[in-house]
Design a protein around this ligand. Structure first.
Ligand SMILES: [Zn+2]
Length: 118
């Protein structure tokens, strides 16, 4: 079933139930007016559009190798009483840094030392 959104069309000015569709030619979703065929930008018609958000990770400290990043984590949290999950991320410069995942890491204050994603 097609998603739709109530909005005033920028083409014909009518308030309509506009059909949200992914448009290959625009490279994004638009709200198609069934009355005049105008493609409305979802933002313009005031739709709540969350979509996606690219988060670029930056670390205050990076490591030359994955092993070194793991070592840094082990040094700080190797014997921690709570299991802290993390991945090692490789940035565009080819440097490595740990990225912790989940609520436990936030609760344990890991974000003061390393990147944490909730
Ligand atoms: Zn229209």
């Amino acid at each position: 079933m097609a998603q739709s959104i109530e909005g005033t069309c920028g083409g014909c000015g009518r308030t309509k139930s506009l059909q949200i569709k992914y448009r290959e030619e625009y490279g994004k979703k638009t709200a198609l007016c069934p009355n005049c065929g105008f493609h409305n930008s979802l933002k313009r018609i005031g739709g709540i559009v969350v979509g996606t958000k690219l988060i670029e990770l930056e670390a205050p400290r990076t490591y030359a190798s994955k092993e070194n990043a793991v070592k840094a984590v082990e040094k700080k949290y190797g014997d921690w009483p709570v299991e802290l999950r993390y991945i090692v991320y490789r940035n565009e410069e080819g440097r490595y840094f740990p990225v912790f995942i989940g609520y436990e890491a936030i609760r344990e204050g890991v974000h003061f030392h390393f990147n944490v994603l909730g």
